[in-house]
Design a protein around this ligand. Structure first.
Ligand code: ATP
Length: 311
């Protein structure tokens, strides 16, 4: 390249997937949402979002999940970039967004939310805005319930729609194995199934369990495994009965515990160590019970700039 040609500035941010160690769902509210109490953990499975100045707004996704993600104005990363531009009153500074996707789509691991969080941080850096963290968190909450946590990372308790975060006293690193599914599950459909299964039953206000809080304080993987819980597990299994076989297989192959992640269909297994996670991956893959198996450790940081001309 000629030394006189200035390469386009671009910023790349990576954002993690999440697993819900615990997900408690309250009664359906009048606005159709449910109050939640959830313990999020960010895990080392990442999407990378690159933003580059451009004449027009655009978004494209690369990788094997590309065909499953909208390249229209509905894409959460594009919506996030435009929301930040509006907030900063920047009428004409479009970006081209590229998403290198590793987080399964509609898998209950908040991949779209990770992309939105990454786009907020990337555009903030590209445009040199230095937006206040609280303002970013509030833009994130308007974009989706899981977006604030993708910014935050680590481990946190989510309340409200899951968007109001509180820190948790936690220690240790945990080794997870994720059994993915060929096709996703729609989050609204899983909540609707949850309401259907509950019928007229009286549902208490959701709260994380004392057992979960104690497990995170100890940092002991066996104690955490025993405390894994998800109120959306039965509804997800009701819509996708074959996931029961996946759960049973993981436990049979030695996982310390297993739970459906969020609204599913990803099944998350907790293991003792990195080696144990690898063994479980091999057994699950060889059994053919899941089309794809991944491992990741957690907790990890939230959305983080990895390359920027400002570095
Ligand atoms: P959650 O765990 O937060 O309920 P999920 O992991 O089940 O989410 P996502 O992968 O976030 O689901 O995708 C949900 C829907 O959002 C998909 O049907 C997809 O078409 C749409 N979507 C919009 N933008 C994106 C994006 N950037 N990445 C992935 N999905 C997106």
């Amino acid at each position: 390249m000629s030394p006189f040609v200035v390469p386009p500035r671009s910023v790349t941010v990576r954002a993690p997937a999440k697993v819900n160690c615990e997900l408690r769902v309250g009664p359906r509210r009048d606005d159709g949402f449910h109050d939640l109490a959830t313990v999020f953990m960010a895990v080392g499975l990442y999407d990378e979002v690159t933003v580059t100045p451009s004449a027009v707004w655009s978004v494209r996704t690369t990788g094997r999940y590309a065909g499953l993600v909208p390249d229209t104005k509905d894409n959460l990363a594009l919506r996030a970039a435009k929301a930040l531009a509006r907030r900063a009153r920047m009428a004409a500074d479009p970006v081209a967004i590229t998403i290198a996707k590793e987080i399964p789509v509609a898998g209950g691991m908040a991949g779209g939310s990770a992309d939105a969080a990454a786009a907020l941080i990337a555009c903030d850096q590209l445009w040199g805005l230095r937006t206040d963290r609280e303002v970013l968190a509030s833009l994130a909450a308007d974009l989706g319930s899981d977006v604030p946590f993708a910014l935050h990372g680590g481990i946190a308790v989510g309340s409200g729609r899951g968007d109001r975060l509180a820190p948790v006293l936690a220690r240790g690193t945990f080794h997870w194995v994720f059994a993915l599914s060929e096709t996703g599950l729609s989050t609204p459909e899983v909540y609707a199934e949850c309401d259907r299964l509950r019928g007229d039953a009286e549902i208490p206000a959701p709260l994380p369990s004392a057992a979960m809080m104690a497990a995170l304080r100890t940092g002991n993987c066996e104690v955490l495994a025993a405390a894994l819980a998800n109120d959306l597990q039965e509804p997800a299994l009701s819509l996708r009965p074959e996931l029961r076989e996946v759960l049973e297989a993981g436990l049979e192959f030695g996982a310390l515990g297993g739970v459906i992640s969020g609204s599913g269909p990803t099944v998350a297994f907790l293991t003792r160590s990195a080696e144990h996670a690898l063994d479980l991956c091999v057994s699950l893959t060889a059994s053919g019970v899941a089309p794809e198996v991944k491992r990741a450790r957690g907790p990890v940081h939230g959305a983080t700039v990895i390359t920027s001309p400002r570095d």
